[in-house]
Design a protein around this ligand. Sequence first.
Ligand code: VGL
Ligand code: ZN
Length: 208
Amino acid sequence: MSTPTWTTGADHALLVVDMQHDFGDPAGSLYVRGGEDIVEPINAAIEESLAAGHLVVYTRDWHPEVTPHFAEHGGLWPVHCVIDSSGAEFLPGIKVDGPVVHKGSGPEDGYSGFSVLHLPTGQDRETELSAILDENGIMAVTIVGLAGDWCVKSTAIDAVRLGYRATVPLALTRFVELRPGDTEAAVAAMREAGVTVIGDVTVDVAEG
Ligand code: VGL
Ligand code: ZN
């Protein structure tokens, strides 16, 4: 694969969002359909970025066992990505060589790699992601990983809001589609916010 234009420029970082067992492995507790199909292409993008000397930053969903983010405590989701559990591990096949930002380890809900919603106070709390980008002179980010309609979308929209150029290549994400139409709505919301969304949504053909 020739170097895609979205990885060019020393002010560019690749943000690899939540490429973890619970999202990307068919046996994971919050498996995103097709997640396993993007491991290889994302790893190729990581290798290309590293070879070009660019920063690669990783986010990791990282929850306590009891959190209002989980359905059993009032949230939306099955238990997933519990701190230090095997489900929270990076998918094998993803080369991890760069800073890792953990998110959601307090009584928090939230999807962006840049901030989480602290439920007891109703306040958004910043993660260290923007500081890491700024320390490295990053102006542009490409966001890949899982899930397209949750953490990738929120991270990309926040990136634009914070003044970075943001690109999401749809070939390198997959969508939860919790409700029908979420995928389309997420793509539209990203475009509306000023994110450069490239390519087409990959729709899985049912197996068998
Ligand atoms: C995510 C649902 C719950 C994500 C995280 O990484 O997109 N989705 N927690
Ligand atoms: Zn989560």
